[in-house]
Design a protein around this ligand. Sequence first.
Ligand SMILES: Nc1ncnc2c1ncn2[C@@H]1O[C@H](COP(=O)(O)OP(=O)(O)OP(=O)(O)O)[C@@H](O)[C@H]1O
Length: 261
Amino acid sequence: MQTGSKEEAATRGEIVIHNLHKVYTTKKSRFEALHNIQLTIGENEFLTILGPSGCGKSTLLRIVAGLEDHTEGSVMVDGEEVIGPGADRGMVFQGYTLFPWLTVRENIEYGPKLKGIPTLERRSLSNYLLKMIRLESFDKSYPKQLSGGMKQRVAIARALANRPKVLLMDEPFGALDAQTKLEMQEMLLDVWEKEKTTVLFITHDIDEAIFLSQRIVVMGAGPGRILKEFNVELPAERTPEVREHPEFLSLKRELAGLLKH
Ligand SMILES: Nc1ncnc2c1ncn2[C@@H]1O[C@H](COP(=O)(O)OP(=O)(O)OP(=O)(O)O)[C@@H](O)[C@H]1O
């Protein structure tokens, strides 16, 4: 799915968050949800934001998605300011957001169809994505016939079908059982490797953050702010054994300590 077209920006999926503040106000109250967030996420980087409930992770992701406005500062994707949702940023949430009346293939082809991509081209794209998420034989199934993990795989494929430069993922595996979660993490790394998108991932699961990421940003609450950043110095190929790696275990200890406060 590489296009290599000349029109594409020199960078593909670089997110620059500068001096970002978010205050929720009502007539009677004022709540500072995000305070001075400074963060650059490189092209094709896998960055995870880790933090306790209520520290503003989802607010930050929704601002990057263009679904929420901000009070001060800016968010740029490849040099263009985010002023609303766009096909350059695909989103996957925890809740299953598939269209129940469409089959798996129709769900995946929904975005390309809206964009007017011809049938044959759509078919070849959905074939490619169905193979990548290992659900080729479920192309005619409806969402209600799928397990939670399968639905999330389709949600990822549906987001990728729009050819986003950035994948924004808000606790996408939070509702899955432990074993399915591990399988989904491996599949996501496989997808990331093939698609070369930038991934901004949110979780409060420390193991998940370390296993998936190249970099982890820890946020704290009151108001939501960045506490610390960590580079994950693990082998690029994340096999299950990586979870026993001394670096994995020491980073896990450090992150757990930081999140306790
Ligand atoms: N529309 C809103 N109006 C007022 N306050 C809000 C609104 N949305 C979120 N908040 C508040 O902003 C803070 C950050 O919320 P957010 O959902 O971003 O946190 P989070 O870190 O994603 O939490 P969780 O891990 O539980 O999803 C919370 O205190 C929340 O109550």
